[in-house]
Design a protein around this ligand. Structure first.
Ligand code: ZN
Length: 103
C-alpha cells in the first residue's frame, strides 16, 4: 500500500530532522488514522537508521585522542639522510636528458 501523496514527503522530512511543529502535529494525527502512512514512516525510519554512521567506538576515540601525541613523536624522529651529492647530480642529469625536453 502506498502512502498518501500529500504526506509521503512530510514523513520523509520528519524522519530526517525536525519539521515545522504544526506540520509535525498534522502528520502525527494522520499517522494515527492511516495505516499506509504509518507503515511508510516505519520504513523510512528503518532506512535512515541503516544509513546512519555508527558513533565512534572506544577504540576510535582512544586512537583519535592519541593522534596529536603520535604526530609529535613522528615529527621528532630524525629524517632519513639526504642522498649524497653524487646521486643528486645523477638524478638531475637524468632529468635533463628526459625525452620530451627540447632545450
Ligand atoms: Zn496516509
Amino acid at each position: 500500500m502506498n502512502p498518501c501523496a500529500e504526506y509521503a514527503p512530510l514523513i520523509a522530512e520528519r524522519a530526517s530532522g525536525p519539521i515545522d511543529p504544526g506540520e509535525a502535529a498534522r502528520v502525527a494525527r494522520h499517522l494515527d488514522a492511516c495505516d499506509a502512512c504509518r507503515a511508510e514512516a516505519v520504513r523510512v525510519g528503518e532506512l535512515l537508521d541503516r544509513a546512519r554512521v555508527p558513533a565512534a567506538g572506544e577504540t576510535e576515540e582512544r586512537e583519535a585522542a592519541a593522534l596529536p601525541r603520535r604526530l609529535a613523536a613522528a615529527a621528532r624522529r630524525p629524517l632519513p639522510a639526504p642522498p649524497s651529492p653524487d646521486s643528486r647530480l645523477m638524478l638531475t642529469s637524468r632529468r635533463l636528458r628526459a625525452p620530451g625536453r627540447t632545450w
